[in-house]
Design a protein around this ligand. Structure first.
Ligand code: ADP
Length: 545
């Protein structure tokens, strides 16, 4: 139609070029394995990306090709985040903490011809090399870590390639609907599944992340993404920071309490993001040691539910706001976020906390719903519980080259998330379980997430995980695995936890005394989430004691 607004392509190179033009001096800080810090800015990043694009071209990368990365959060990984899509190729971030079988599956399934890797994973990739026949070039990114047990042979050196590359700028025109990224799910059941992102979806997702009522990344922020760049796009933060000109602090591979605390202090970090496990460790560390965390205004948490008690503890102990979001590989990932809305400041502190611990409302550009077993639409009344479905501008329409697609969408085209939730009348979603983790007792669902959150409210509990076991009378019965933070007699602990649980659960829903297991640590997935299938397997094998 005449006079219609311009059709401007929403692409990754547009993000990069603007960052270099408007914020050339803003810093990108990267911590190496040995603790040393490197500094660059968006102007320098742009120049290195241009040269890296020429390296990729010389290695034979063509538009549409998938190029793999196996790397921690670092400046070099950020360079790849831009150079690969700017060339029209597909940035395939590989979660190198998956099992080697899964990595083999993922790299072969994606048909990666080039694999960029941190020196710290060189030994693992070298071992896998015979099983990766399609990979023609391995490019190692040094980061001064210990010498690896082996290197893939032959391998190329990242900095050597960059030093000899042309600095001629040559950005191809890119269709915003072309693929820009690829990430596989963790594959907790079956083989991992690939999700292919487009330039447009990544651009819109990044804008969504920047909105004030979303994560709200701003130019004035210094952002520390603890969430890995090798999984779910580091929640869109690398692009969102470049979009807004925020300083980025990339922490490398050491993500325990002390290294994170010292980066927050030394770089004056204002906003950080990661899974609950990281924040539990950091909280413990900050309680025992003295750091200046006064710059930090927000910790963004997602990937698993953050217990309300931990949200409260950060605010009370350190004046730091915790912001919960929900998403998955298939949703780019950021999909819902829980901030209090205007009228809610009148709620009591405990009611405010309840809202903030929910997974929240969908970002503009997305729609959520809950569906019953027959795909019927359930009401948003805080009561009805069903599977979360979602659609929108950065939601997958099906998996990459995968016949499991047949099951991915509802008949009316919404993506089925496999998460079980209820939604309140304001649109705040509250996840009660993953479909495969649901405990069904006497025909009713017991929320393992609610149970875990109550157990960790006990001051002597560090972590808890609840799974179901078959039970002759109740169909399934909950079993609690508990990690204590202090030495305490187990009998007394069980009594105290049962009292806590009794405030929310009916007595027939509670775990029996024999169904409490005190353990040293809980099994975690490659991205730090509780691995319930391992616990269920232990129970089945009778090894829980
Ligand atoms: P996977 O590869 O295991 O699917 P994802 O990182 O994509 O890994 O995980 C997505 C899942 O993580 C969601 O489906 C949901 O079950 C869980 N999840 C993510 N964010 C939250 C949250 N804030 N609260 C509870 N669960 C969450």
């Amino acid at each position: 139609m005449n006079g219609l607004i311009m059709d401007y392509p929403l692409t990754v190179p547009a993000i990069l070029k603007r960052a270099a033009q408007i914020y050339p001096e803003k810093e990108i800080v990267s911590r190496l394995s040995d603790g040393r810090i490197t500094r660059a800015n968006y102007g320098e990043l742009y120049e290195r990306v241009v040269r890296l694009m020429n390296v990729l071209r010389d290695l034979g990368v063509r538009p549409g090709d998938r190029v793999a990365t196996c790397a921690w959060n670092s400046q070099r990984h950020l360079e790849l985040y831009f150079a690969i899509p700017c060339l029209g190729a597909v940035l395939h971030t590989v979660n190198h903490r998956l099992s080697t079988d899964q990595i083999e599956y993922i790299v072969n399934h994606a048909e990666d011809h080039i694999l960029f890797l941190d020196k710290s994973v060189a030994g693992m990739i070298a071992e896998l090399q015979p099983k990766l026949p399609q990979v023609q070039h391995f490019v190692v990114m040094e980061d001064y870590s210990e010498p690896p047990s082996a290197y893939p042979t032959p391998y190329l050196d990242y900095e050597t390639l960059l030093a000899s590359a042309s600095n001629a700028e040559n950005f191809p025109d890119i269709d915003e609907r072309a693929a820009s990224g690829l990430c596989y799910t963790s594959g907790t059941t079956g083989d991992p599944k690939g999700v292919l992102y487009s330039h447009r979806s990544m651009y819109l997702h990044s804008m969504g992340v920047c909105l004030a009522d979303s994560i709200g990344v701003s130019e004035r922020d210094t952002v520390l993404p603890v969430v890995p760049m090798f999984h779910v796009n580091a929640w869109g933060l690398p692009y969102a920071c470049a979009m807004t000109g925020a300083k980025q602090v990339l922490p490398g591979r050491n993500l325990l309490g002390a290294p994170i605390a010292s980066l927050i202090e030394s770089e004056r970090v204002t906003l950080t993001a990661g899974v609950p496990t990281v924040w539990k460790l950091l909280h413990q560390h900050l309680k025992q040691h003295s750091y200046d965390t006064s710059s930090l205004h927000t910790i963004v948490v997602g990937g698993s539910a953050m217990p309300a008690s931990m949200i409260d503890a950060y605010e009370k102990d350190f004046g730091i706001k915790v912001l919960c979001l929900w998403g998955m590989t298939e949703t780019s990932p950021v999909a819902t976020i829980s901030r209090l809305r205007a009228g809610m400041s009148d709620l009591s502190p405990s009611d405010q906390l309840k809202v903030r611990a929910k997974q929240g409302i969908p970002l503009p550009g997305l729609e959520i719903g809950i569906r019953g077993d027959g795909n019927e639409v359930l009401d948003w009344d805080s009561e009805q519980v069903g599977e979360v479905v979602i659609r929108g501008a950065w939601i997958t329409s099906g998996y990459y080259k995968d016949e499991r697609n047949l099951n991915a969408l509802t008949p009316d085209g919404w993506f089925k998330t496999g998460d079980i939730a209820k939604v309140d009348r304001f649109g705040y979603m509250e996840i009660t379980d993953r479909k495969k983790d649901v405990i069904k007792s006497r025909g009713e669902w017991i929320s393992s997430v609610d149970m875990e959150n109550l157990i960790v409210q006990h001051t002597d509990v560090l972590e808890a995980c609840v799974v179901g076991r078959p039970d002759a009378n109740r169909d399934e019965a909950p079993v609690a695995f508990v990690v204590l933070s202090n030495e305490r007699p187990h009998e007394a602990m069980i009594e105290e936890i049962i009292v806590l649980l009794g405030t929310h659960f009916a007595s027939w829903q509670l775990p029996r005394r024999g169904d409490f297991h005190f353990v040293e640590a809980l099994p975690k997935t490659s991205v730090g989430k509780l691995d319930k299938k391992v616990l269920r397997a232990r129970l089945e094998a009778g090894l829980s004691e």
